[in-house]
Design a protein around this ligand. Structure first.
Ligand code: PMP
Length: 349
C-alpha cells in the first residue's frame, strides 16, 4: 500500500533485511530497520500507541498539552503525532543528549525544556512529573505505560511473525530503553514462536539487568532512585539510569534467554561497519544490538536464523562520537583525486 490518510498511517511495517557481508558464513542474520518509520525511529510506534490509547480512555481530550521526559526519539515521534493530531507538546530532556534531537523537536513545533546533565534520566523524569502535576498536562509515562508495550505486540511482533511465517526464527536480539519493544514483542513470541530465544543486550558499562539488583520504585512503578550498577555509556536511548517497569516485567516473566554486554566502542564500530559494508545507515544502539547479534551468530550452527532490531537512523548522531572520526575537510587522498584533473582545484596545503 502506498497511499495513506495521514503520516500516521506510515508508522510500522518496517523492512527485515538480510546481512550479506558481516555475518559468519552459513548463519542467516537479518535486521529489522526501524529507521524506515516516518521520523526515523522505533519510537514512532510508541508515540502513536500512547496517544491513541489516551484518546480512547478519555485521558487525552482535544487541545490538552502532552508532556514526556525523553532522550530524543520518543519526543521526536510524539512531536510528529501531536503535530498531526493538534496537541501542544512539551518535552523534558537531559542536556547531554545530541543537539540535533532538540532542534528536530522544536522544528516539529514542540517545546523542549532541558534538565542539567548531572541529574541524568531521573532528573528529566522528575521534571516532567512536576510540570504535568502543576499544569494539568497529560504525561505519557513511556517507561511504565502499557500502551507502549501493547503497540509492539500489535505491530512489531505481528510483522516479525509474518516475515518468518513458515520458517524458524532461532534468535530475536534487542536492547532496551523503556523496554516497550522488549516487553511487547517477547510476550507474543513466547506464546506464538516459543522456540525463538530472546536475547537482550545492555551496555557493558551499565549492566543493570545482569547485576540482579532490584530497582527501587514509587507506588506508580516509576524509579525512585538511580540504579547502583549504572555508569554513563554512549548508547543514547538504551538503558537509562534505572530499570524501567516495562523492562522489569520481562525479567519477571522469565522469557529472557540470554543477556549480552556490549562495550561502547563496539556499538560505534558496528554502526560504521553496517554503513560501509551493507549500506545500512543506523544509530549507536543499532550498532550495539548488531554487536550482540554477531556474538550470537559466532556461536550458532549453520542454518541458524537471527533477527536483530536496529532502532533508529544514523542521521540523529552527527554531533556525537559516532561521527568523531569523520572529517569535514578533504583528506590528503581526496585532495590527490582533486588535483588529478585541471578544473576546480584548491591549492596544495
Ligand atoms: N535505541 C534508541 C536509539 C532509542 O531511542 C530507544 C528508545 N528509547 C531504544 C533503542 C529502545 O527502545 P525501547 O524504549 O522500546 O526499549
Amino acid at each position: 500500500m502506498s497511499r495513506f490518510d495521514s503520516i500516521l498511517g506510515t508508522i510500522g511495517n518496517t523492512p527485515v533485511v538480510r546481512i550479506n557481508k558481516l555475518a559468519p558464513a552459513g548463519v542467516n542474520l537479518f535486521v529489522k530497520i526501524e529507521a524506515f518509520n516516518p521520523l526515523g525511529s522505533v519510537k514512532d510506534r510508541l508515540a502513536l500507541g500512547v496517544i491513541e490509547a489516551a484518546e480512547r480512555s478519555g485521558e487525552l481530550t482535544p487541545g490538552r498539552t502532552v508532556i514526556e521526559a525523553t532522550s530524543g526519539n520518543t519526543g521526536i515521534g510524539l512531536a510528529m503525532v501531536c503535530a498531526q493530531k493538534g496537541y501542544p507538546l512539551v518535552v523534558t530532556m537531559a542536556e547531554q543528549f545530541s543537539v540535533e534531537r532538540r532542534k528536530l523537536m522544536r522544528f516539529l513545533g514542540a517545546k523542549v525544556v532541558l534538565t542539567p546533565a548531572a541529574g541524568r534520566a531521573v532528573a528529566m523524569v522528575t521534571k516532567a512529573v512536576e510540570l504535568a502535576r502543576t499544569h494539568g498536562w497529560f504525561l505519557t509515562r513511556q517507561f511504565e505505560n502499557e500502551a507502549n508495550a501493547d503497540i509492539h505486540s500489535r505491530t512489531t511482533a505481528r510483522e516479525i511473525i509474518a516475515d518468518f511465517a513458515g520458517e524458524k526464527l532461532d534468535y530475536w536480539v534487542t536492547g532496551y530503553g523503556t523496554g516497550g519493544t522488549l516487553k511487547g514483542v517477547s510476550r507474543v513470541l513466547a506464546k506464538e514462536m516459543p522456540d525463538t530465544r530472546i536475547v537482550v543486550c545492555e551496555p557493558a558499562d551499565a549492566p543493570l539487568l545482569a547485576s540482579g539488583i532490584a530497582q527501587e520504585r514509587n507506588a506508580d512503578g516509576s524509579a525512585s532512585a538511580p540504579h547502583p550498577a549504572f555508569k554513563p555509556h554512549p548508547m543514547q536511548g538504551w538503558t537509562p539510569d534505572f530499570i524501567p517497569k516495562l523492562t522489569a516485567d520481562v525479567v519477571g516473566a522469565g522469557v529472557i534467554d540470554r543477556i549480552i554486554h556490549v562495550p561502547g566502542p563496539d556499538a560505534i564500530r558496528w554502526a560504521g561497519e553496517l554503513a560501509r559494508k551493507e549500506g545500512i545507515f543506523v544509530g549507536i544502539t543499532a550498532g550495539a544490538t548488531f554487536a550482540g547479534a554477531l556474538r550470537v551468530c559466532a556461536e550458532a550452527p549453520a542454518g541458524t536464523n537471527v533477527l536483530c532490531m536496529l532502532p533508529d537512523t544514523g542521521e540523529r548522531y552527527l554531533t556525537t562520537p559516532l561521527f568523531a572520526d569523520v572529517q569535514a575537510d578533504m583528506s590528503p587522498e581526496e585532495l590527490e583525486i582533486s588535483l588529478s584533473t585541471p578544473s576546480a582545484q584548491f591549492p596544495r596545503p
